[in-house]
Design a protein around this ligand. Sequence first.
Ligand code: MRU
Length: 369
Amino acid sequence: MRTVEWSPQGIRLIDQRQLPQKVEITVCRTVADVAAAIRTMQVRGAPAIGACAAYGMALGAQLSAEASSTTLLAVLEEHAEVLAATRPTAVNLTWALARVKKAAQAAAVLGADAIRSAALAEAEAIAEADVRANRSIGAHGAPLIADGDSILTHCNAGGLACVEFGTALGVIRAAHSEEKTIHVLVDETRPFLQGARLTAWELSRLGIPHTLITDNMAGHFMQRGNVQKVIVGADRIAANGDVANKIGTYSLAVLARHHGIPFYVAAPTSTVDLNIETGRDIPIEERSADEVRRIGGNVIAPADTPAAHPAFDVTPHRLVTAFVTETGVLAAPYGPVLSKAVASAQRMQPITGEQPSRLSATPRERVEV
Ligand code: MRU
């Protein structure tokens, strides 16, 4: 199944907190469930939380009995506020909410049921576009990988972080499917262990050779000549190309520059925030210090030890060798190329509110609760 998908019962998603021990599907039946799933990281990764929030809006519209367009739009506005407050760094979240709100507003003249249909159609369009974007990122990025490369990645930018396929891991998958002999070094990614729990799990299922390392081993392996490329995902890319991604990414970029190793960022254009000039303006999520004082629920520090937990850091654009987006591989100067890529991706999008073929978003298909 996809990481997140619509079903008549509600929004189905893989509960990523349970991996790799078990694959558990959870169903969000209310907007509050969706917000909790994002906040507690049952679903995580920038594109996945964007799609999930979009489906959350569709769910909220379906569950509301409002007959008037104006009132239903107001209800959706409240849902958008709740969903937007879940996690601050990944711009895909607010980007997806804005898209669904816009589609709903455009349909309002036709009545409340039209809003419901439009919200669901837009959420499906966002999910489908993410899948297409990921496949294109893979196709554009695979030529960057040479036969025999050992590639280091951080966090999880695989199918689990998106609707399916993945961004940074999408490039690796695409290179592997071209039958290149590659090896992946997987940073465990403290404190939430997305690398150890999720990326290693995905690579193992895909049969891609890999080795798990702790985050502090990266420099050692680079120094020994065991890393030819670094590829990571992104949560938000500022207009100048500064990149917010999982905490630890910046250190990797500095290490890669020191060792002359290319450092690639693979992300869909939905992760580019042209409203933010530089990385200084990107809000960095602060998560609970308990996630640092514990590993997998086990206490590893005195309970009263002060601990810090910024969940993301910002890599300055000058450390990025190139961006791999659905529009192609982008080299500096990033200011103009990123805005051109966003514009070209927007032209490739289906018209807002257009019904995707695998969905009939009629009021008859409202969720069964
Ligand atoms: O806190 P998370 O797990 O949501 O952080 C995820 C990342 O940092 C990913 O690298 C990023 O979202 C890109 S996913 C394609």
